[in-house]
Design a protein around this ligand. Structure first.
Ligand SMILES: C[S@@+](CC[C@H](N)C(=O)[O-])C[C@H]1O[C@@H](n2cnc3c(N)ncnc32)[C@H](O)[C@@H]1O
Length: 258
């Protein structure tokens, strides 16, 4: 679903698509897609589409919007324990709604402005995204404050896919907390639904974490083999997250139909 002209742009999150400025939608999707390009290549290679998604440790919402976009979903829930992040995610939702409404108005009044270049392609996608219904929902129902190491009140057997990205390793070495987070993702996905994770499994002098065992103990079935690759991140000082250099791994598991 990522068009070639965007796939091939290095550092595309820095680009202004003249005459359109970097709008909230563009910012959310670009940041989601290009800061996490490996993740989206990985997820869209294995999972073609989903109607409803859950993002555990969603931070400021960019990841949730990019997943919605990449998987063609129309329903989402994002949960994070950090109240400031959830506030930003809700504000992002409101800003994207305003932008989408403007794009719809522009297209109604100037349909001749829609052409095939990247700017107009993007403008068309904004309109398509606005039609999915996600923007008609109250952002308070989409982005919620919660601790994923504790039971949540999210709906059971409801989502097609639950994703967690670079969150479980912050919870480690609280093994029970990680197990509870995985069990919660397994609970909320539909039968045959997907639980997917991209996590740092080893860094510094710390021993390698065997997340596979925890997934398997939750009764999930591995759908694709674990893939490992080198990981380096500059950290997020605003969230007290230190720079990390180590090994990351991807996991895709499935809820067994009863
Ligand atoms: C490195 S950030 C990753 C954010 C997002 N997944 C991404 O990749 O952009 C880790 C996030 O996990 C959240 N987090 C850490 N422990 C959590 C917990 N127990 N429950 C909910 N969120 C948690 C943090 O607040 C932070 O927003």
């Amino acid at each position: 679903m990522i068009p070639e002209q965007l796939r091939n742009l290095e550092g595309a999150h820095m680009i202004n698509f003249d005459p359109y400025p970097v709008t909230p939608y563009l910012h959310a999707i670009m940041e989601g897609l290009f800061y996490r390009k490996e993740l989206y290549d990985w997820i869209t290679t294995h999972i073609e589409q989903a109607e409803s998604i859950a993002t555990f440790g969603c931070a400021g919402g960019e990841e949730t919007f990019a997943f919605l976009w990449a998987l063609g979903a129309s329903e989402a829930i994002g949960i994070d324990k950090d109240e400031g992040s959830i506030k930003r995610a809700r504000e992002l939702h409101s800003a994207i709604l305003a932008e989408t409404n403007k794009s719809l108005r522009d297209m109604t009044h100037q349909p001749e402005s829609v052409s095939t270049n990247v700017s107009d392609w993007w403008n068309t996608r904004v309109v398509d995204f606005g039609r999915t219904g996600i923007l008609k929902q109250d952002p308070k129902d989409i982005f919620v404050v919660g601790d994923i190491t504790q039971p949540t009140n999210l709906l059971s057997n409801h989502y097609d896919i639950a994703l967690v990205e670079y969150v479980l390793y912050h919870i480690w070495p609280n093994e029970n907390g990680v197990r509870q987070a995985i069990a919660e993702m397994a609970r909320i996905v539909k039968p045959a639904g997907i639980v997917a994770a991209l996590e740092v499994v080893q860094y510094g002098d710390n021993p390698r974490v065997n997340f596979e065992t925890l997934f398997e103990q939750t009764g999930l079935r591995q759908l694709f083999p674990t893939e490992e690759f080198p990981h380096k991140s500059e950290g997020l000082p605003q969230l007290n997250i230190a720079p990390v250099s180590g090994i990351a791994a991807t996991y895709i598991y499935q809820k067994v139909e009863s």
